[in-house]
Design a protein around this ligand. Structure first.
Ligand code: NAD
Length: 328
């Protein structure tokens, strides 16, 4: 039975799509967000609804988190510092927000007996050189602490450890979703996310900047599939477990640039920029391939992605075009 759901990071890219899905299913939604990387634009059409409440505060505030967790029946914890660029630029801020914020949420979910879903990341797997499918029990392979990008992976790994520990030691009802690259309308390209960055450059006839040699591959999952997976996991009742959510359709980033350019009907140049020129020396280490195994979530809740990369690109291009036209 739908009740009240709290989404931390509810004004963000994934959080706002999740809010829409929950409202559609009859939930009353509380969104807690400091609107740092999220935006009011993401919530267009939601803020005037009686069953949607936005609280502009930080997940680092125990008093705010306590009150909202107490009020709600379930909690989706998505608030975090996200995006390679932000993480490389502000590793301390990343660690603090992602670890202390999660600690707060988990503390009050434990105290008030509320079920919580923690959004983790495929970054937790680290840098696997082989092209194997990553299953939830794969080893984690990390670089040195001087390469700042690992601050994000470590912060998410600590979140997972803490959720699993409170489950064992204090009976916390929790589930962890390890999200692989999620894309779709409303994702900002401002913090280094590749598809919105490429689409915006292609539509503006600016060069599409590929970092590295473009041979690194990624899989992209449509946000509508991702939020369906998050809700499915929450509803499953499974506790103290973690699940991958992601697409298995792989593409090399150089190839992705060509595909975006063709789909956008653009004549933009494609340029290749060494990592050292984009990120401060030694702070960035690229991961070459990352494909999820989705056997576990398939067996548990029958989830699989439904949208292809071509459909995703069409969707993002159409969204960006309408955004540019509205702004003009
Ligand atoms: P996003 O940046 O759009 O969402 C994060 C939200 O958290 C933003 O709205 C931001 O304003 C908010 N936030 C940040 N610090 C906060 C604070 N101190 N208090 C309250 N709110 C705060 O990014 P997203 O892609 O929607 O990510 C949502 C979650 O999914 C994150 O936990 C992220 O780590 C995880 N994730 C995303 C991807 C992806 O590909 N998009 C992949 C793996 C994991």
């Amino acid at each position: 039975m739908p009740g009240k759901a709290l989404i931390t990071g509810g004004a963000g890219f994934i959080g706002s799509h999740l809010a829409e899905l929950l409202l559609e299913q009859g939930w009353e939604v509380y969104a807690l967000d400091d609107v740092s990387t999220g935006s009011m634009e993401n919530l267009a059409g939601l803020t005037e609804r009686d069953d949607f409440h936005l609280v502009v505060e930080s997940v680092l505030s125990p008093a705010v988190v306590s009150e909202l967790v107490h009020k709600c029946d379930v909690v989706y914890h998505l608030a975090a510092v996200v995006g390679v660029q932000l993480i490389v630029e502000q590793p301390g801020h990343t660690l603090l927000t992602n670890i202390q914020g999660t600690e707060n949420v988990l503390e009050y979910c434990t105290k008030f007996g509320k079920r919580v879903l923690v959004a983790s990341s495929s970054e937790v797997y680290g840098d696997h050189p082989e092209e194997q499918l990553l299953a939830e029990d794969a080893r984690r392979i990390y670089g040195p602490t001087t390469a700042r990008r690992w601050a994000y992976a470590d912060s998410k790994a600590i979140d997972e450890f803490l959720a699993l520990a409170w489950h064992e030691e204090r009976g916390l009802d929790c589930i962890i979703a390890r999200l692989f690259n999620t894309v779709g309308p409303r994702q900002s390209g401002q913090y280094g996310m590749v598809i919105p960055r490429f689409v915006s450059s292609a539509l503006g006839e600016r060069p599409l900047e590929v970092h590295g040699d473009g041979m690194q591959t990624r899989c992209f999952c449509h946000v509508s599939d991702t939020v369906r997976g998050l809700m499915g996991l929450m509803d499953s009742g499974v506790s103290g477990a973690l699940f991958n959510i992601g697409s298995q359709e792989r593409i090399a980033i150089g190839e992705l640039a060509k595909r975006v350019r063709a789909k956008a009907g653009s004549s933009s140049e494609i340029t290749f920029v060494p990592y050292e020129d984009v990120f401060p020396h030694g702070s960035m280490e690229e991961m070459f391939h990352r494909v999820p195994s989705i056997e576990k979530i398939g067996a548990a809740i029958g989830w699989a992605p439904t949208k292809t990369l071509d459909e995703i690109l069409d969707d993002v291009i159409a969204f960006e075009r309408s955004r540019v036209e509205t702004a003009a």
